[in-house]
Design a binder for this molecule. Sequence first.
Ligand code: GLC
Length: 427
Amino acid sequence: MKPLPLIRTATSTLPAALVSFAIATAAHSADLVMVSGATGNSLEVTQKIIDIFEEQTGHTVEIRAMPSSTTDQFAQYKLWLSAGASDVDVYRTDVIWAPQLATHFIDLSEAAADVIDEHYPSIIASQTVGGKLVALPYYTDAPVLYYRADLLEKYDRPVPTTWAELEETATLIQEAERAAGNADMWGLVFDGKPYEGLTCTALEWVVSAGGGRVVETDGEISINNDAAVSAIETAAAWVGTISPPGTPNYSVEEARGVWQNGNAVFMRNWPYAYALSRSDESPVKDLFEVTTLPSMTEGEPSAATLGGWNIAVSRYSENQEAAIELALFMQSAEAQKIEAMEGSHLPTRPALYEDDEIIAAQPIIGFMQDVFQSAVPRPSDVTRADYNEVSSLFWTAVNSVLAEPGTAQDAFDRLEIQLTQLRGTGW
Ligand code: GLC
C-alpha cells in the first residue's frame, strides 16, 4: 500500500489524508462536535461536564479526542480552521493561541456579557484580541515542584529553593536509594521534548536566572545573554545524571509516569498531575507535597509559566447558537468546580477559590491561586501571529542543548539571528 502523504510538524508527523478523511466522514450524529486535548484524566472529566450539559439542554455533543501535546493540536486546528471546516463547532484552546487564531473564532463578548466579571480580568484580557473575546476561560494553569516529602525527611534535606540545591539533594537521594536497592530511582523528571511544553519549562529556568523572557514586551530579542546560556547548560547537565537519559524525548506524561511509579524525587509539572498522584491507585499517594519551582540564581524570584485553556466557537460552525450555549456552560461555576475537584485544574473564577468542597478535595487550591497570579506569560502577546514560530525556534534550540550539553552559546547565537529574521520590521 502506498504510504499516506504526511504533514510534518515540529514534533510529530500527522497523516494528512487521514485528517481530511476524518473531517469528511466523521459520524456526525451529535448536534455539536467539540475537540479537546487529553492529558491525564482530562477527557473523562470533560465528559462528565458534557453529560450534565446534554441533560440540561437536550443537545448532544461529541467530544473528539485530540493528542495531548498542545503543539500537535495547534498544527491540526490551524489546518482545519484555514480550510474553513464546519465539522468542529467548539475548540478547547490554549491561552497562547488567541492572537494566532482569533480570526477563525466568533466574538463571545455579547453572549458572555453577564459572566465576564465573574472571571479574573487578566484571563479575560488574554483572550481578548482587538476588542473581540475569542474564547471563554475554562481553567488556568501554572506549574509547581512536586517533591517526595518522605524521602526529604528520610535524608534530612530541606525543600530546595534553588536549582543548585535541588541538584545536590536529588543526587544524594538518588544515589542512596539506588544503593538501597531501587535501581530505577531518578532525582528529577521534567518534559524536555521539542514542543511547547519545553518552551514553558525552559522559560522558567531563564527567567529565574535573570535572563529575560526570550522576547521582551517591547519586542527586544533578549535570549542571547550569559544568564540564559548558563541556565540552559545547568539543565542540560541534569540529563543522564539526575534525570533520565530519555528526557529530551519526554512530554509531561512521560515525566509523570516515572514520578507516579515512585521513581523520582522531584518533578516539575502542572497541577493536573496533583489529583492523579493523589488517586487511590497512585503509589506516591500520601508521600508527596508541592511547592513553588526553584530559582536558577539565588535571589532571583522563582518563575512559573502561565498556562491555561479556554473554549472558542468556530465561525465556520453551522450550529453556532448551541455552540455558544456549550461554551457558556464550560465557563460556568458548575463546570469549573468539577474540573477543579476531579482534575485539580485551577478555576478562572476567584469565587471558587473560597469553595469549601474544592478546598477539601484539592488542598493545594489556595496555594495555587498565588502561584498562577504571579506566573510569567510567554511572549505570545508581543509576537502575536509569529508566536508559534518563535516558540518552536526556542524549544528546538533548547532541546538541542539538552541532547548535546556545551552547545548553548552556539544555539542561542543562531536563535538570535533566526528570531531577528522572523521579526523583520514587526513586533
Ligand atoms: C499546559 C498549559 C498550556 C501549555 C502546555 C504546554 O497544558 O496549560 O498553556 O501550553 O501545558 O505543554
